[in-house]
Ligand binder design. Structure first.
Ligand SMILES: Nc1ncnc2c1ncn2[C@@H]1O[C@H](COP(=O)(O)OP(=O)(O)O)[C@@H](O)[C@H]1O
Ligand SMILES: CC(=O)OP(=O)(O)O
Ligand SMILES: [Mg+2]
Length: 406
C-alpha cells in the first residue's frame, strides 16, 4: 500500500489528508485553524461509516502558536481517533508549495537547497510561501526518515506562451527582477481539467475548457488539450479575479496615488490589497456564505460586492473564450464554485448569446460530485467538478518517490 500524508499549510491554517494513493482513497483528513491567534481549533476526520470503529469526527480547541504545534495537534488526532500511523505509515509526505517561480516545474524532493529556494521565492507569494516552509520544517521534524516532496501551484502554468506570461514593461527591468506572470492553483486546474475530460468521456487532448477555481483565493484558467495557456493570477496570487480579501486586477497607478497622496508605505499597501480588499473590502465579509446572506438581508454594499465579483468572472470567461477560439466546457470548482449556486448563475448571466445557458434547476439541485448544470440547449457544457488538490499532490508525490526508489 502506498500511503502519502499531504500537508497544505496556509498562513493561519494547516490542512492535511492521509491518502492511499493506489486506491485514490482518503483514510483521514483534518484542519487546524487559527494558528498563532490564541486558541486554535482542530477537526480530524477518520473516514469510514459514522459510529463504527472507523468513521469518527473529532473537534477540539488547543493552544496552537505555530505550525509545529499544529503538527502535534494532527498527530494527537491520529493517535486518539485513528487511523494509526503505525498501521498506515506514510511512505512520503507531499507538501503544497504555492510559488515555485521559474525554478520548479516538477514535483521536487525537498533538500536544504530546495528550502532555500522556496524561502527566496517568498516575496513573490508573501501570504503563502513562508507558511508552506513552516509546514515543511514541522513535518520534517516529525517525520525525519521519509522523503518530503514539494508540489508547486505554479508548475501547471509553465506551458503558458510568452504572450500570456509577459508584462508589457521595460524588458531589461523585467529580466533583472524576474517580473513575469506565473499563475497559481495549478494543481487544482490540472486535476479539474482531467476530471472534466473523464466526466465528459472525451479525450483531454481535444478539449478546450475554462476552469474557474473560486475559493478564498480565486483564479480562472484557459486549458487547451490539457495544458494551461493562460491564467488570471500573475507574478503573485494577487492579480485577476476578486477574492475573499484580495483585490485582483486594478490600475497599478492606484498604488502610486496612495503612496504619493496618502503616504501609504509598502507594508500598508501590501496589507490593503492582500488582506483588506476583495469582497471583504467591498462588502464587509470575506466568507461567501456570509456575503450572500448579508446581500439577501438587504445589505447594499454586500450586493455590490457580489456584482463586482460576478462581473469580473464574466469578463475573464469572455477573454479566455477569445484566447481559446472555441470553448467546450466552463467548469466551476473550489469552495465557492462547488457550493454557491447563485454565484455560479450570476457569473454566467447574460452569456446566452454565446451559447452558454445555465439550467436553474440543475444548478440549484443539492447534488455533490461532478455534474452538468447547463441546459440541454446550451452549446457550451457548464459543469461543477469538485477539486481535490490533496489527491493530486499525493499522486505526484508517490510518483516521484516511486521513481526515486526505482
Ligand atoms: N455552502 C457554501 N455556500 C457558499 N459558499 C461556500 C459554501 N461552502 C464554502 N463556501 C465558500 O468557499 C470559500 C472557501 O473556499 P476554499 O476552496 O475552501 O478556500 P481555501 O482552500 O482557499 O481555504 C469561502 O468563501 C466559503 O464561504
Ligand atoms: C494561491 C492561492 O491563492 O491559494 P489559496 O486560494 O489557497 O489562498
Ligand atoms: Mg484552496
Amino acid at each position: 500500500m502506498s500511503v502519502v500524508l499531504v500537508c497544505n499549510s496556509g498562513s493561519s491554517s494547516f490542512k492535511y489528508q492521509l491518502i492511499d494513493v493506489a486506491r485514490s482513497e482518503t483514510l483521514a483528513s483534518g484542519i487546524v485553524e487559527r494558528i498563532g491567534a490564541g486558541v486554535g481549533h482542530a477537526q480530524h476526520r477518520h473516514e469510514g461509516p459514522e459510529n463504527t470503529s472507523h468513521g469518527s469526527n473529532w473537534d477540539g480547541a488547543f493552544e496552537v502558536p505555530d505550525h509545529f504545534a499544529a503538527f502535534e495537534v494532527m498527530l494527537e488526532g491520529f493517535a486518539a481517533h485513528g487511523p494509526s500511523l503505525e498501521e498506515f505509515p506514510p511512505v512520503a509526505i507531499g507538501h503544497r508549495v504555492v510559488q515555485g517561480g521559474a525554478r520548479f516545474f516538477e514535483p521536487t524532493v525537498i533538500t536544504e537547497l530546495v528550502k532555500i529556494n522556496i524561502d527566496e521565492l517568498s516575496s513573490l507569494a508573501p501570504l503563502h510561501n513562508p507558511a508552506n516552509l513552516a509546514g515543511i520544517e514541522a513535518a520534517q521534524r516529525a517525520f525525519p526518515d521519509v522523503p518530503h516532496v514539494a508540489v508547486f501551484d505554479t508548475a501547471f502554468h509553465q506551458t503558458m506562451p510568452p504572450a500570456a506570461y509577459s508584462y508589457a514593461i521595460d524588458r531589461e527591468v523585467a529580466a533583472k527582477h524576474r517580473i513575469r506572470r506565473y499563475g497559481f492553483h495549478g494543481t487544482s486546474h490540472r486535476f479539474v481539467s482531467r476530471a472534466t475530460a473523464e466526466f465528459l468521456g472525451r479525450p483531454l487532448e481535444e478539449l478546450r475548457t475554462i476552469v474557474l477555481h473560486l475559493g478564498n483565493g480565486a483564479s480562472a484558467c484557459a486549458v487547451s488539450g490539457g495544458r494551461s495557456v493562460e491564467t488570471s493570477m500573475g507574478m503573485t496570487p494577487l492579480e485577476g479575479l476578486v477574492m475573499g480579501t484580495r483585490s485582483g486586477d486594478l490600475d497599478p497607478a492606484v498604488l502610486l496615488h496612495l503612496q504619493r497622496r496618502a503616504g501609504y508605505s509598502v507594508a500598508e499597501l501590501d496589507e490593503l490589497l492582500n488582506q483588506r480588499s476583495g469582497v471583504l473590502g467591498l462588502g464587509g465579509h470575506a466568507d461567501m456564505r456570509d456575503l450572500v446572506a448579508a446581500a439577501d438581508g438587504g445589505d447594499q454594499a454586500a450586493a455590490l460586492a457580489l456584482e463586482v465579483y460576478a462581473h469580473r468572472v464574466r469578463s475573464y470567461v469572455g477573454a479566455y473564450a477569445a484566447q481559446l477560439g472555441r470553448v467546450d466546457a466552463i467548469v466551476f470548482t473550489a469552495g465557492v464554485g462547488e457550493n454557491a449556486a447563485p454565484v455560479r448563475e450570476w457569473c454566467l448571466a447574460g452569456l446566452e448569446g454565446f451559447g452558454v445557458i445555465v439550467d436553474p434547476d440543475r444548478n440549484r439541485a443539492a447534488e455533490r460530485g461532478a455534474r452538468r448544470i447547463s441546459g440541454d440547449d446550451s452549446r457550451v457544457e457548464v459543469l461543477v467538478v469538485p477539486t481535490n488538490e490533496e489527491l493530486e499532490i499525493a499522486r505526484q508525490t508517490a510518483e516521484v518517490v516511486g521513481g526515486a526508489h526505482g
